[in-house]
Design a protein around this ligand. Sequence first.
Ligand code: FAD
Length: 315
Amino acid sequence: MSTLLTVISVNDGKIKRSSLEVLSRCNELAESNGHTSAALVMDANASEIAEHLRNYGPDAIYTIENPIFRNHLNTPVLKALSVAMDHIEPAVVAFASTESSKDVLGALAANKSAGVLSDMSEFDLTDNGVKGKRPVMASKIISSVEATGSPVIISVRSGSYDVSEKSGDASVEAIEFNFSDDELRITLKEIISSSSDRVDLSEAEVVVSAGRGVKDEEGRNLISELASVLNAGIGASRALTEAGDYDPSLQIGQTGKVVSPQLYIGVGISGAIQHVAGMANSKVIVAINKDPDAPIFDIADYGLVGDLYKVLPPF
Ligand code: FAD
């Protein structure tokens, strides 16, 4: 029996939904293959988070509690992951694909001489490793990838799996971890976060995305209102981030964020391949565009042909 270990991402004391998706998939694979599903929480309040995590059905939870994890810093995170892997000896270590996991994945794999599969959209176990699918070339091609040996380290795109709640009585074990400031090889000087108090785009269940058809403040207000009604994150095409109408951090696409919400609503967006690369995995796609031949309608589940300035208010 092997252990499938999900590393839980925590942001401001909240577990990221994308981590719970990965954990749910690991629970399923562990159950059907006779393995153990474990979760690792590294946070300043790890024991508190572990209690909450019990509602998502891992067999075991490991915690590393240390104030150094208040902000993501590669050196302590890498050291803690290494300590945890030595202790738990997992066959698979699974991360949600986030900016932070991207930062450490390669170094961790090199430290542990492990195979690594990043940014997967699905994964399964093989007799001696992990196989799965990975969208490449702006999601135009889905490659089949496989890594053998133990451990294999993977990261999984958000929205690839559903979250299943499953209460259990997971054991919680605190792993000993010491880290001194002398070991810190980087200094965190300042965190500049966007002033937006909106829903985090990469975690949002609903995304309202604005394109060049949104021409002015009136249009942007309509987008904000729709997003408020739906408790949605706001995204934008590059046309609008380059024009300075939306913050660059809100750009969706090949050179922006990849989102896969339950519902994506594209407003005044043509559906250029570079934009589609960032949202094609959304569960349900709604497009609002005045041009019936706009390419976005080719991938939309529901299309509304009309002028957004007339369509959105009754929406
Ligand atoms: P347009 O293509 O101009 O489309 C505007 C749409 O709005 C049209 O379909 C029009 O019919 C509709 N419209 C206009 N008025 C109204 C109205 N009143 N009501 C309803 N509909 C209306 N783009 C990204 O988005 N993300 C990326 O990450 C990205 N990366 C790129 C990387 C590279 C290397 C390159 C070359 C390009 C990249 N682009 C990216 C740009 C991309 O090619 C497109 O130019 C961009 O996505 C177009 O944005 P848009 O759909 O908002 O604008």
